[in-house]
Ligand binder design. Sequence first.
Ligand code: MD6
Ligand code: FE
Length: 217
Amino acid sequence: MAADLLESVPDVRPAEEVIAEGAVLLPGFARTIEVELLEALRAIIEQSPFRHMTTPGGHQMSVAMTNCGGFGWVTDRSGYRYDPNDPQSGKPWPPMPGAFRELARAAADRGGFGGFAPDACLVNRYQPGARMSLHQDRDENDFSAPIVSVSLGLPATFLFGGLKRSDKPRRFRLEHGDVVVWGGPTRLAFHGVAPLAEGEHSLLGRQRINLTFRKAR
Ligand code: MD6
Ligand code: FE
């Protein structure tokens, strides 16, 4: 039977990979709830659509963003901040769906960070060519909480450097359903995403979606 044959194909990807001190990649961790995640995502972007924000330096980002949860990460000419409201509507960001919250907590547990209770989820949309230059995530109040990052759709190359901008980044492939949990000694490591390659994903089409869960306050 075809199904038996498929089940007998060995999964050569490891169950988890430590990519740095305090940072672990969980391949396919979100795959079992992909349908719930995508349904919840559709409701979020209906209420708070993706938009290309402007950096303090005046550049429009190639990645389109929205948020859910009590606080949303935003950037404009006045700087970066966490805002309880969507500046586009003046209303609170959509609430964080239960499936998002539970996934983030379960992944953080696996990464060795028990009791993770995110209050912010940044949703990034990459279309082919979009990229994220090297940066640190440092707009949160409490660096003792980890960050949980969920990749959906087209694969991307994640760049993971050191604590100095000049440290040469290592490259990791992130595929649909992969989760990265990241905290502790490398919480402030520089990181980014290489320009997204052309492609077509069976569920998401010509895009990659990344969810990053944080404890902002
Ligand atoms: C992305 N991720 O994967 C961008 N930041 O699209 C991030 O900037 C990021 O994945 C902190 C921790 C994990 C991340
Ligand atoms: Fe980041």
